[in-house]
Write a protein that binds this ligand. Sequence first.
Ligand SMILES: CC(C)(COP(=O)(O)OP(=O)(O)OC[C@H]1O[C@@H](n2cnc3c(N)ncnc32)[C@H](O)[C@@H]1OP(=O)(O)O)[C@@H](O)C(=O)NCCC(=O)NCCS
Length: 138
Amino acid sequence: MDIRDLREEDGEEVRALWRSSGIRARPGDDDASLGALVSRNPGLCIVGTENERIVASALATFDGRRGWLYHVATHPEMRRRGVATRLVHTIEERLRALGCPKLNLIVWDDNEDAMRFWEAMGYQRDATVEYSKRLDAT
Ligand SMILES: CC(C)(COP(=O)(O)OP(=O)(O)OC[C@H]1O[C@@H](n2cnc3c(N)ncnc32)[C@H](O)[C@@H]1OP(=O)(O)O)[C@@H](O)C(=O)NCCC(=O)NCCS
């Protein structure tokens, strides 16, 4: 598998990966938002490819205080081969080089497989509750 940055023209393919991976469509998944994410976070929004086909993704940001991870996904046919591990380790190395001290992520509370993955990756479950508010709603 090769690892490269997410590109402007990847939108449809990466959204198809997210649908097939059970990742719920989220605000920010459209082409314009992904383009803005990539330009603000160079080298941190990456995909894994095999024969030019996108098989995995990991989007990360660094806001100067924390790193955040979004949409870590591996195509169902490619799982348990260390694919997501490679992407997450790549992002961790790049964030460390940027001086990022801590990397956060959110897991839906019914996603047991993802919890096992993050625990295997050395992430701890924090005793926090997430709050959010949609700013794009009318
Ligand atoms: C979670 C996910 C990204 C893992 O991708 P992956 O490429 O299969 O992960 P890896 O092969 O790198 O797994 C590394 C380790 O994590 C653990 N792990 C991964 N998936 C697991 C599962 N379904 N159940 C239990 N442990 C799991 C294992 O310890 C695994 O090592 P092993 O295969 O040697 O036992 C993938 O299952 C996925 O895309 N899920 C749907 C999308 C999703 O939920 N993303 C996370 C959002 S927070």
